[in-house]
Design a protein around this ligand. Structure first.
Ligand SMILES: [Zn+2]
Length: 425
């Protein structure tokens, strides 16, 4: 939940400029958000903002809606409002939550990550910074990478273009900041560094600075806390340019606190808080758990997949890996009931792949908020997700490990099987 601001004019003479301060309520275990209040304001101080926010939270509490977090952007009055509510942003006594008066429930504070990434990009471009080891973090390397790619007429698998380097007229576009501070840009810089190109000498600290955005939360928090303006300058989180850096530290601590509160509690309704592209996504436990009931059905469908594939695949060893001779009650209960003699018992590996496919589809339905998936969720999308999952999971079809040693990498039968099963299901 949090306020959003838009600018507008009340009449054509523009005598009465105002700002619309709107409060949106966003559900964290379902996919909806609704505006619940808006105020036309000519300016507002931290105390007034605090009162408006508390009014909104108290109002929704009356309808048994529990507010667990508030989100706003990195304006100075927003930081002050959070402190008036009871938060403490002094790093030695850090507290990123507050209580609603007369309740014991914690409400965590988040700063809008898409706003923060733009502020950080701007400081990076304008002033640069220094890490705890006194290594310089410089925008110059971004410019050098862009220049090199333009000169060579080739891009090292990244989206960096003139518009990313000269972003000043499009400062508000989150996409440009996110594509600049991206892993593909650090990979390209790393590549230039290994070629020992002189203009990339000393770029390690800059690579690490961008890389840290995608690192573990604790590691990222510690790193940001130690960034400095210059060798003898202030820590960035205490400097006038602190908003983006302090904002990320606040959001990291709040995400961890919220996870403990929502996911670690006994009887919690949520199991995951996943961070994708700096945007927190909350997964309903029910959408990710394959119940015994669902497992039986998935296993039954897996039987048809196996029936189809055994006719198409010529390799005897691979066909053997798809099936089990005897039914196992845990996996094959529905098949055993339905079987009149012609059904096959899919192996545990096939069932597991089918379950992962099922989970991917459920997640996509939840993300898109529609039972009919939009075109971007095509077979290619799911295949990429599923194959990348199993590339990290080496235990699948482990009985075929010896068999695959006989094959060249590009013709790996395990990969062929995963692809065939995922495509068919
Ligand atoms: Zn084979």
């Amino acid at each position: 939940m949090g306020p959003e601001y838009c600018k507008g004019g009340l009449d054509t003479n523009e005598k009465f400029h105002f700002i619309l301060c709107e409060f949106l309520l966003t559900c964290i275990n379902q996919n909806w958000k609704i505006p619940i209040a808006y105020y036309f304001i000519k300016g507002i101080n931290a105390e007034e903002k605090k009162n408006l926010l508390l009014n909104c939270i108290s109002a929704v509490h009356q309808y048994n809606i529990k507010v667990v977090a508030v989100t706003f952007d990195g304006l100075k009055t927003n930081f002050r409002m959070a402190c008036l509510l009871g938060a403490n942003f002094n790093i030695n006594s850090f507290q990123t939550w507050f209580h609603l008066p007369n309740t014991s429930d914690k409400i965590f504070i988040f700063l809008d990550p898409s706003h923060l990434i733009k502020i950080i990009r701007n400081v990076f471009e304008k002033k640069g910074m220094m890490n705890a080891m006194d290594n310089i973090i410089s925008w110059q390397y971004i410019k050098e990478l862009h220049l090199l790619q333009e000169q060579e007429g080739l891009h090292i698998a990244n989206k960096l273009r003139s518009i990313h380097v000269n972003f000043f007229k499009q400062k508000m576009k989150v996409r440009l900041a996110a594509q600049t501070l991206s892993k593909s840009v650090t990979d390209a810089m790393q590549f230039c560094n290994t070629l020992k190109l002189p203009q990339f000498e000393g770029c390690d600290a800059t690579i690490y600075f961008i890389h840290i955005m995608y690192a573990k939360l604790n590691e990222c928090f510690k790193y940001i806390c130690n960034l400095k303006e210059s060798r003898h300058g202030k820590l960035l989180i205490n400097s006038p340019k602190k908003a983006g850096f302090l904002g990320f530290c606040i959001s990291i601590k709040s995400l961890m606190g919220l996870y403990d509160m929502l996911c670690e509690e006994p009887n919690s309704s949520l199991q995951y808080i996943i961070q994708i592209n700096n945007i927190a996504l909350y997964c309903d436990k029910n959408s990710q758990i394959i119940t015994r009931f669902s497992r039986s059905i998935v296993s039954y469908i897996a039987g048809f997949v196996v029936h189809f594939l055994t006719k198409k695949i010529n390799c005897t060893q691979c066909v053997e890996a798809l099936t089990e001779l005897q039914p196992n009650f845990d996996h094959h209960d529905l098949i055993s009931i339905k079987n009149k003699g012609g059904l096959l018992y899919p192996s545990k590996d096939v069932i597991f792949i089918c379950e992962i496919c099922e989970k991917c589809i459920r997640l996509a339905i939840m993300e898109s908020n529609s039972p009919v998936l939009p075109p971007k969720y095509n077979v290619h999308f799911f295949l990429t997700k599923i194959l990348s999952y199993f590339i990290e999971n080496h235990t699948i079809f482990s009985k075929l490990n010896k068999h695959t040693l006989e094959q060249i990498g590009i013709d790996n039968h395990i990969i062929h099987l995963i692809r065939a099963i995922a495509t068919k299901i």
